[in-house]
Structure formats: C-alpha cells, structure tokens
Design a protein around this ligand. Structure first.
Ligand code: SAH
Length: 234
C-alpha cells in the first residue's frame, strides 16, 4: 500500500516512518510513502501557496492552483489513488473507516495549513473528507498521520500478531477489557485473581463484564448502542 502526503511540511511526516512498526512495514515492502509539496508546483516566484480570503476574513487560505497541480501530478502517476482531505469540517474518522480503507492500494492524504483549503479543491478532488476530532490543529499533518497509522496497522502483515486486532476497542461494540501484566501486585493493587487461575471460560466472562463496565464509564454513547444490540460492521 502506498501513501502520498500532500504537505507543505514533509519534515513533519518523514520521521514518523523512521522507527517501530511502520518502519518495519516499509522494510518488508508492505508500505511505502512519499511527500508531495505544493510549493514545488507554485507559479509564484517566492513559491507562495496561500492568499487572502476573497470577501474578507481573518487568516490566509491555501490557494487552489499549486495544490491542484500537485494533485494532478499524483493522479497522473496513479489514476486510482483515493484522495482524502483532512479537515475539522468533516465526519469523524473511525475504526470502520480504517478497516475499509486498508483494502485500497494507493491513498493520498491532503494536509491543510493556515485557515484551510479553498473549498473548490475539496469539491473537485476529494473522494472523502475526514476530521480526527472536534478540535482545531495548526495543520493537517498530524491528522493525516493518524489516518495513515490506523489504516496501515489493518494491512495484512503489518502487525506482528494479527490476533492483536481482535477484541480491540472499536473493533467490536465494546471497548477492550483492561489488560494486566506481572507483577501480580503493583503498588498495592492486585490483578483480578480470576485472571491468574487459567480457567479461560471464567476469564472470558470476567473480561466481558470488565469491558462492559469500562465502556459504560468512558463511553456511555457506545454502551447504549451495545445494549440496543448494535454490532460493528466488518
Ligand atoms: N479554519 C479552519 C481550521 C483550519 S486548521 C476551520 O475553522 O475549520 C488548518 C488545517 O489543519 C485544516 O485545513 C486541516 O487540514 C487541519 N486540521 C485541523 N484540525 C483538524 C481536525 N480536527 N481534523 C483533521 N484535520 C484538521
């Protein structure tokens, strides 16, 4: 799977792939990425890519010419690329989206800066738009990396142990049950004794109850859906 990041700040993207799971995935040829900088497509002699808003308003906006040329060049190389703009004005990205998008072979993630994009770019180029939360970042790079990371770990072979994906929060209707490792007693807090006794049916039962309690406490909205019989689409 290949990711293209359209960004004015490639140096913010590159280090994320220099270690850990995504680095391993790149070394194993499961993943690859490149960064395309719209500045390289700017006709302006100072490589300016932003401009004042028509009609007034605070802050600069990414102008459409350089960015559309950058996207045209990506599409010319791979007409099938799936283009995603990250913007706070969109549906929230979820685990279902990560799972679905992990079946694509080429994804382009477009990172905004300043006050965002000229709206016509989204109209003309976006296959999808996603927000990563109801808050505003200074730019789209972190959001694009969030999407890329969660999509990548769904790609077969990227996680050392595919079993890790099962039972994870948001893979099912409930959040994941609490996990523990040794020592059995840590700062006076004991692991629930059933976990250590080896009776798997009882452990499963206890984990389900713990997952229900955790979901109810942290995410009442998910718990209500779970109680109504909602199942995550796969
Ligand atoms: N003025 C815009 C915010 C611009 S923030 C507004 O009020 O809607 C600059 C860029 O950061 C955006 O274009 C987008 O690419 C990125 N960004 C900021 N917050 C984001 C979020 N919650 N999710 C996804 N991208 C975000």
């Amino acid at each position: 799977m290949h990711f293209s990041f359209v960004t004015l700040f490639p140096h913010l993207i590159e280090p994320y792939f220099s270690d850990s799971i995504l680095q391993r995935a790149i070394k194993s040829d499961l993943l690859s990425f490149d960064c395309v900088n719209p500045r390289a497509f700017s006709a302006n002699r100072f490589q300016k890519v932003d401009d004042y808003q028509v009609g007034g308003g605070a802050g600069l906006v990414l102008e459409p010419l350089a960015l559309s040329s950058a996207l045209d060049s990506i599409r010319a190389q791979n007409p099938k690329t799936h283009i995603i703009f990250v913007t706070p004005c969109a549906k929230l990205f979820t685990q279902n989206d990560a799972r679905r998008l992990s079946k694509k072979s080429y994804i382009t993630l477009v990172c905004g800066r300043y006050e965002g994009f000229d709206e016509r770019l989204i109209e003309l180029y976006a296959d999808e738009v996603f927000s990563i939360g109801d808050f505003i970042l200074t730019g789209g790079e972190l959001a694009a990396l969030c999407l890329c990371d969660s999509i990548s770990r769904q790609v077969e072979g990227v996680l050392g142990n595919a079993e890790s994906l099962k039972g994870e929060s948001y893979e099912n209707a409930l959040l994941e049950a609490p996990n523990f490792v040794k020592p059995h007693i840590f700062k006076n807090l004991a692991i629930p004794s059933e976990y250590s006794k080896g009776n798997h049916a009882k452990i499963c039962d206890l984990k389900l109850k713990a997952a229900e309690a955790k979901t109810r406490f942290h995410r009442l909205d998910l718990y209500v859906r779970y109680k109504q019989g909602f199942k995550n689409e796969k």
